[in-house]
Design a protein around this ligand. Structure first.
Ligand SMILES: Cc1ncc(COP(=O)(O)O)c(C=O)c1O
Length: 399
């Protein structure tokens, strides 16, 4: 019997990948599947970014790079943050990682151990809770409420902090809800955090450039009072349609950034060199691709929320950012897990059950609007027809 580490049993998963595999398997059998499951832009990476990677390979960038990333990329990240958020960032505190997720992994590794508590959004990106459980720290869920437009509440968050809290994970604009927490709420949180100077904050702002209705994304990096304990997580995946390139970054407090370098050296050595050059082209090249994608996501979220609200039993908050809709399906009589399964298997629409994002996601499903308007319209029609003709049987119904 192999003596595997016990903590492996506590590692969670991301069901979006399982649904993607099932949707692809059904499609390979000839089924017509509309995939609103996976959270990646349906656009290709803009051509000038692809060309920059090809050029880097032709120019001979084939070797290792520094563990924290090539200096011109770290400088480009710093300049980009200054342009967007008006904040000075020392390029030495920028750590280029193979995807946004890795900053999350390292932050939890650095602040978690038995006896510590980590607060995370529920519903939220499933990897937060998975990593906390794996680390043996105590996961403390922060409910993200529909009646609050899926913004987090500063008061609720502050009430969950104890002397054992080592890290708070925040995500706005949010996956899976599309919620955006307004600047006033963030200011309230920052004021409250002054009472807890030993608590670090991981601000997952990977959807920071995808907001609607002229809403300003308030970054946790913009508050000098907490700057020495904020870790910013961002990257190229969502903003520049680069999920497969595995390019992300963290901005770390100066006092702890050397631990990041060491962890990166121990783990992956560095990020793919040509992808890093592509990352520079993304940040320094024309930004109209970002605006164009956001306009498309905006049109789709308005359509999707309107169409879902017209289906009896469904109720959908209009998303304010990211590219997800998170309708409440409890009025349909279906439990969300059975509904997600039946929609895929019987109606040919891939969606994710809200409970895959935490206990507070019960009664909801997540639809990604990263698909063409035509496909979204087909998917919503199918969902409406399905619910009109098929009632939940036995365990499929709300228990
Ligand atoms: C909230 C959130 N954070 C981080 C990530 C990870 O991004 P990446 O693909 O760059 O690792 C995702 C991806 O879906 C996400 O939704």
């Amino acid at each position: 019997m192999l003596q595997l580490a016990r903590n492996l049993g506590r590692l969670g998963d991301e069901n979006a990948f399982t649904v993607l595999a099932r949707a692809q398997a059904l499609a390979a059998q000839g089924r017509d599947i509309v995939n609103l499951g996976i959270g990646q832009p349906d656009f290709p990476t803009p051509p000038h970014i692809v060309e920059a990677a090809i050029k880097a390979l032709r120019d001979g960038h084939h070797g290792y790079t520094p563990a924290m990333g090539i200096p011109p990329l770290r400088e480009a990240v710093s300049a980009d943050i200054h342009r967007r958020l008006g904040v000075e960032v020392d390029p030495d505190t920028v750590a280029i990682m193979p995807g946004g997720k890795v900053t999350m992994f390292l932050a939890v590794l650095m602040f978690a151990e038995e006896g510590r508590e980590i607060i995370f959004p529920d519903p939220g990106f499933p990897i937060y809770k998975s990593l906390i459980q794996y680390s043996a720290a105590k996961p403390v869920p922060l409910p993200i409420r529909e009646e609050n437009g899926f913004a987090f509440s500063a008061d609720e968050l502050l009430s969950r902090i104890t002397p054992n809290t080592s890290l708070i994970i925040l995500n706005t604009p949010a996956n899976p809800t599309g919620g955006v927490t307004p600047p006033q709420e963030i200011e309230k949180l920052v004021a409250g955090l002054e009472r807890w100077p030993n608590v670090a904050i991981l601000a997952d702002e990977i959807y920071g450039q995808i907001t609607f209705d002229g809403l300003r994304h308030a970054s946790l990096l913009q508050y000098p009072q907490i700057r020495d304990r904020v870790i910013l997580l961002d990257g190229w995946s969502k903003t520049y349609a680069m999920t497969g390139w595995r390019m992300g970054y963290g901005v770390w407090p100066k006092a702890i950034v050397d631990h990041v370098r060491k962890l990166a050296t121990n783990c992956h050595s560095c990020v793919n060199a040509s992808a890093q050059w592509a990352g520079i082209a993304a940040l320094q090249g024309p930004q109209d691709c970002v605006a164009q994608m956001t306009v498309a996501f905006d049109e789709r979220r308005t359509f999707i929320a309107g169409a879902l609200n017209a289906i009896p039993g469904m109720r959908c908050v209009l998303p304010k950012g990211a590219f997800y809709a998170f309708p409440n399906v409890s009025g349909t009589g279906w439990n969300e897990r059975a509904l997600a399964k039946a929609l895929l298997e019987e109606a040919g629409v891939a969606v994710i059950a809200g409970s895959d994002f935490g206990d507070e996601g019960q009664g909801f499903i997540r639809l990604s609007s990263a698909n063409s308007m035509e496909n979204i319209a087909r998917a919503v029609d199918r969902i409406g027809d399905f619910l009109a003709s098929r009632k939940p049987a036995g365990a499929e119904a709300i228990g």
